[in-house]
Design a protein around this ligand. Structure first.
Ligand SMILES: [Zn+2]
Length: 78
């Protein structure tokens, strides 16, 4: 099972659904047992969803939208 730092290394790949199923299960198992990491994952997930919603709902040009999302550390997962 992952320790906290191994789990955190996979935060963004996990949220972006880039992990394979084995890694995803390992992360989930860690989150079940570790409150600190599970709070962090949930917080980051909410921020990314919120930012993604704003970027999608505002009528800004695609380039500006991309810059906003990149500034937040990632591109939107469409
Ligand atoms: Zn942890």
């Amino acid at each position: 099972m992952y320790n906290c730092s191994e789990c955190m290394e996979r935060l963004y790949p996990f949220l972006d659904r880039e992990l394979d199923s084995t890694e995803r299960d390992e992360v989930r198992q860690h989150l079940d047992r570790c409150r600190g990491c599970s709070v962090r994952f949930r917080f980051e997930g909410n921020v990314l969803r919120y930012v993604g919603e704003i970027a999608r709902s505002t009528h800004c040009p695609p380039e500006a939208r991309k810059r906003i999302l990149r500034a937040c550390g990632r591109l939107a997962a469409d």
